[in-house]
Each structure stands twice: as C-alpha cells, then as structure tokens.
Design a protein. Structure first.
Length: 299
C-alpha cells in the first residue's frame, strides 16, 4: 500500500472476524477456573494486545455483531444469514468477555441489535473523517472495502496485508464505491445474499467497468449484448429476468454511514493494571497475557 496518508489514523476493528478465528483455531481445552472454554476470548485478547502494541498511540474502537437474526437486513430478507448456525452458548459467553475486555482496556466498543458491526464501522468512518482522521478498518471482510476513500485502508491483521482504494481495485477489479454493486450482482454465499443467478465475478467486473454502477447497468441494458464478455447476450437476459433480485441484493450489500450512534471518542488512553487484573482473574489468565494487555499503565 503506498504511504500517502498524511492524516492521523483511527483503527476500527471488526471484532467478530477475530473472535471466530480464535474459536476455530485454538482448541477448546483452554478453560477458566469454573471450567468454561476461554479459547476464543484468549485469542481475541492476544490479537488485541498485538494490535495495540504495534499501533501504540492511534485511537482504536471495536464493533461487535449483536445477533444473526435481528438486523434490519433480516426485515428486508428473512433468509439473510439463515445459512449460519446460531452461536453455541460457550461462544456467546466468550463474546461477552471480549466486550468486557474492551471496557477494561478503556477502548470504545459497540454492539447494536438492528445494525451489524459493518454498519457501526460505516458510521464511525464518517465520524472519523469529520474529526480529521483517516480510517484503518481492521477486518478480513471484503464488504467493508466499499467504505474506503483516498487515505483509508483495510488491514487484514492476521495476514498483515493493507489495501487502500487502489489496492482494492487491483484485487477485485472494481473501485470501493462499486463493491456493494459488485456483491449485488454476484451474490455473497457467506451472508446468503442471492445476487443474480449465473453472474460471476468476471461478468460483474465487466458490467461495472462498462456502466459504472447497478443503476447504470439497468439504464443501458440494451448495450449489454454488445459487450466483449463471454455470454453477453444471455447475461442481458439474466439481468432482465432477475432485476428484482438484484435490487433486493443491493439493499443488503450496502453499508449505511449515517445511523444514529453516539459520537466516537477518539482519545487513546493507557489501560489500568487493576482493571485488566479484575478482567483476567476469573478467566484464569496469567501474567503473560496481563502484561501484554497492560502496556503503559496508569497505575
């Protein structure tokens, strides 16, 4: 990623990505003194400690997903994310501990019953720009690429890969402002978003490069058969037959940036050792993790 950022950065963390990664990669033999699994919260805590150490002064805020079934997107399309099994109780407990860790570290965090972490981050990104920051969005989720402007970037922390707007276009073939339209065309199996049957990434890229947006495609449908794309004639037929599905999908793939949220606190405060100890003790975490989380103490 070119080093062109002259604004200070605020890091906005898509927490669920890293909680689930730890849940699946760390054996659940790790237990609290009460016998409850702590693998996911331990992995999330190590991730957070590493990030805070690497970015020692930048503000950090953490967004969590609240529920698989109560998002406003479920109101639009009840099958949204219906392919995902509900989180087991052991994982739900660990999500709560991850949130209490953020409180112990004095990091702003938020979960919302109607809006997902993506939506929270979308609104925080706008708040950050208004305060003079660029956004470093910490995630592995391609959906969030649609939020990037000139000095923002996505940071896949585990892979240590950062993509700015130009990097997103090089990787996906579309600009950040086209990502939601791209996903509306192709669908997104991870989130159970239907898209248009038979439209794959190459066709979606070709359409968006030619017409700019989903609205642009439908405004110039008569030109689609003449595109230098394989199966362009049948592609036009698919677009006509499934316009309603494409429009529905676009309502699901877009990330709002204007939801009613409290103003984000951009202060970065060093954590208090006592708060970290109070969090770590019931979970059975020892001095190594406490020191990693502690960093520069107020005490």
């Amino acid at each position: 990623m070119p080093d062109t950022t002259d604004k200070p950065l605020v890091y906005l963390i898509d927490a669920s990505v890293y909680v689930f990664r730890a849940w699946h990669s760390i054996p659940d033999r790790m237990r609290s003194p009460a016998g409850e699994p702590t693998n996911a919260v331990y992995g999330f805590a190590r991730f957070l400690a590493d990030l805070l150490s690497r970015e020692a002064t930048a503000p950090v805020a953490v967004a969590f997903d609240e529920s698989l079934t109560t998002s406003y997107r479920n109101e639009i399309y009840p099958e949204y994310k219906a392919n995902r099994p509900p989180a087991p109780e052991a994982l739900k407990r660990q999500f709560a501990w991850c949130q209490s860790l953020c409180s112990a570290l004095d990091l702003p965090w938020l979960a919302h019953p109607r809006f997902e972490a993506d939506d929270i981050i979308g609104t925080w990104t706008v708040q950050a720009r208004a305060a003079g920051f660029a956004a470093g969005i910490v995630t592995r989720d391609k959906d969030l690429a649609q939020l990037l402007e000139d000095q923002d970037h996505l940071w896949d922390f585990a892979g240590d890969v950062r993509l700015d707007a130009a990097g997103v276009e090089a990787k996906m073939g579309v600009r950040p402002d086209q990502v939601a339209d791209f996903l509306a065309l192709t669908g997104d199996a991870v989130d159970n978003i239907p898209g248009i049957p038979g439209v794959g990434p190459k066709a979606a890229v070709g359409l968006l490069q030619a017409f700019g947006s989903l609205d642009g495609i439908y405004a110039r449908l008569q030109e689609v058969p003449g595109l230098p794309l394989r199966g362009a004639k049948s592609l036009a037929t698919k677009l006509v037959e499934h316009e309603e599905l494409a429009r529905l999908s676009r309502r699901l793939t877009g990330i709002p940036t204007d939801i009613d949220l409290p103003a984000l606190d951009f202060a970065r405060r060093p954590p208090a050792a006592a708060a970290i100890a109070d969090w770590a003790s019931p979970l059975g975490f020892g001095d190594g993790l406490r020191r990693a989380l502690h960093g520069a103490s107020r005490d």
